[in-house]
Design a protein around this ligand. Sequence first.
Ligand code: 0O2
Length: 224
Amino acid sequence: MEYVPLEITGAERAFYGESLILLEGAVEEFLSCVRMIRRYQVSLGRRDPVASFQARIKSAESMKAKLRRKGLPVTAASALEEVRDAAGVRLICPFARNIDQMTALIRQIPGIRILREKDYIRSPKPNGYRSYHIILSLPLRFLPRPPEEPVWLEVQLRTLAMDCWASIEHQLKYKQDIENQALIVQELKRCADEIASTDLSLQTIRELIETPARQEEFHADLSG
Ligand code: 0O2
């Protein structure tokens, strides 16, 4: 798994101050667990449940805007304690079932504390957004942070197809001057639903390849 250094500029250093190292620590601890989870699965002869990942510290600009939107004090303390997605990791999985598999393995990480889980896959957002979100904290082994003051991290788990949709929708969101917004929103929702159905078909194909017995069931289903 490739190491991706976190992108941090002077603006993030100025805004997060001494908390920055805690956010970096939270990301690194989690990524190190994910690395071992993936290697262990592969060592058992299973497929790697993760295709790729991204990690980021939320930009100072984006965090300040979010704090203002929520009517919270625009401070690092408020970002860490109230917003809880200053540190973020996105895991992109080949198939939807890898998301359930990874979620179950993440819940078993020693010392993990899970604050909240949001299943936007089984309950997509009205615009079609699908992803599984977990807000969690891990013990920071080499940093001075008491356990009663957890450093929260937001983990997003998506399939490759869900990630493709979310990236394009995210770009379009910032284009406010588009004519015919309603049509665009409707078309994006249609694409999200088609992508979800394609995800399901791809997973079925994977299962047909892995388990020949499933092929008989599949033919039986098709012939009614
Ligand atoms: P960025 O730039 O990605 O960091 P909450 O008050 O916690 O309930 P919040 O924080 O909006 O509300 O939580 P939620 O719904 O779990 O969403 C958090 C993140 O999920 C967002 O972060 C996005 O990354 C992603 N997300 C949620 N909804 C959508 C969506 O409709 N489209 C896309 N493309 N991404 C979405 P930020 O802070 O908005 O932005």
